[in-house]
Design a protein around this ligand. Structure first.
Ligand SMILES: *Cc1c(COP(=O)(O)O)cnc(C)c1O
Ligand code: SF4
Length: 393
């Protein structure tokens, strides 16, 4: 009798296989199917793995592409990439622990029946996908990005596009999720095409994707042709540490840029990963070297299981001061904190210029401090100059 050969559908790579693995050697879908989805599956691949109990899986899945696993230091448990993706005991359920699943209040700003968050004037966040190729432990959208597979219902996508189409005020649509690039080309082509066709008033169409960084082979000439065809103007990628920048990533970023698309960088400030001036300077300079403009640095959101990553506000200010003035201006992003309950993004800006009353009460002076701590007073700026009207010739 013939024995039936059962091949594991996921075909996880062993340590030796991973070391020899060329992530560019197979189509992205194939690598996507090889994701590690339980920490125990990596025990053979990484040394000194922390064991965690199953309660961490109740709230958030584990998902790691072989490419990302390759970037992890097999011996260092504090490797900045391991910290971002491997579950830790900090996430285990503790009695009395406050849970906050939607601390940004996105659900309150979601248009009913759609996956459109309409918070700001004229622009919307369109959450098209509810999965990513690799799941970040600090994810702000854990409430929806919690499964290693799954997508937003087709009807919901249609209603979302209808909403954008019927609101002529909306001139900027940001596709995010989850990761829009987890869709295949056909579906992405359909969604982008439908927005362009049914909502011609949309002037700016952008995509936020970390998949470019987590599974760079997702970026193909075919994908770029679709983005170009539908005039996607900007792709924002998410990188938190210079170790995430590889020759393969650079190559695929160039592919997107060749389609005439500007690129931005988003970074989450994470304790133990990148809360360090030298690391941030290096990250931002490497980004502009590849033509990717640092856009936002986010304070870690107060989501469940991410508290150990939070960098205190004072430290955020210091980090900003450590980059502003010290590296190229275009490499300096805006630091922001997303206000609890839907306040939106609020800039974190140290005071360099302030207005203070003059000691004699006669008015005010403007005190200035530069990036090196040198100060100067500019009393003239504290006054309202009346420009003498020009005498007519
Ligand atoms: C971040 C965000 C946007 C886009 O904001 P920009 O500052 O224009 O990049 C839009 N809507 C929501 C709900 C957001 O969180
Ligand atoms: S890539 Fe973004 S949306 Fe996806 S898991 Fe990470 S933080 Fe969440």
């Amino acid at each position: 009798m013939l024995q039936k050969v059962v091949i594991s559908p996921r075909q996880l790579l062993t340590r030796a296989e991973l070391e020899a693995y060329d992530p560019a050697s197979e189509p992205w879908q194939k690598q996507f199917a090889r994701r590690y989805t339980h920490h125990s599956e990596l025990k053979d691949v990484l040394n000194r793995m922390e064991d965690v109990n199953e309660t961490v899986y109740e709230k958030f899945a584990v998902s790691i592409t072989p490419y990302m696993a390759q970037l992890m230091d097999p011996n260092d448990p504090d490797c900045p990439i391991r910290l971002q993706y491997l579950p830790s005991h900090h996430e285990e359920k503790k009695p009395g622990f406050e849970t906050m699943l939607d601390e940004l209040g996105e659900e309150g700003d979601t248009v009913p029946g759609t996956s459109v968050v309409h918070r700001y004037p004229r622009r919307v966040l369109f959450l098209v996908s509810n999965t990513c190729s690799t799941l970040c432990r600090f994810c702000t959208r854990k409430r929806m990005v919690s499964q290693p597979s799954g997508s937003v219902h087709k009807d919901e996508i249609e209603r979302s596009i209808d909403y954008i189409a019927s609101n002529k005020d909306i001139d900027d649509v940001l596709l995010s999720g989850g990761d829009p690039l987890t869709f295949d080309d056909e579906r992405l082509d359909y969604i982008l095409g439908a927005i362009r066709e049914r909502a011609p008033h949309v002037r700016f169409l952008r995509i936020g994707s970390r998949m470019v960084v987590q599974l760079p082979t997702r970026v193909t000439p075919e994908l770029c042709a679709i983005l170009e065809k539908h005039r996607v103007q900007m792709v924002n990628i998410h990188i938190n540490h210079p170790k995430e920048i590889t020759p393969l990533l650079r190559e695929r970023v160039k592919m997107i840029q060749k389609a005439g698309i500007m690129m931005g960088l988003q970074t989450v400030c994470l304790k133990g990963v990148n809360d360090d001036v030298a690391i941030l300077r290096d990250l931002f300079m490497q980004a502009i070297e590849m033509g990717v403009r640092p856009y936002y640095v986010y304070s870690t959101d107060m989501v469940e299981g991410a508290h150990h990553f939070i960098v205190p506000h004072q430290r955020m200010l210091e980090l900003y001061e450590g980059v502003r003035g010290w590296i190229s201006g275009p490499a300096v992003p805006t630091f922001v904190v997303d206000g609890l309950g839907g306040l939106g993004k609020l800039p974190i800006i140290p005071t360099y210029v302030s207005e203070e009353p003059l000691p004699d009460g006669s008015g005010t002076t403007v005190k200035c401090r530069n990036y090196k701590g040198m100060t100067v007073e500019m009393p003239g700026l504290g006054q309202h100059f009346r420009v003498p009207s020009q005498s007519r010739a």
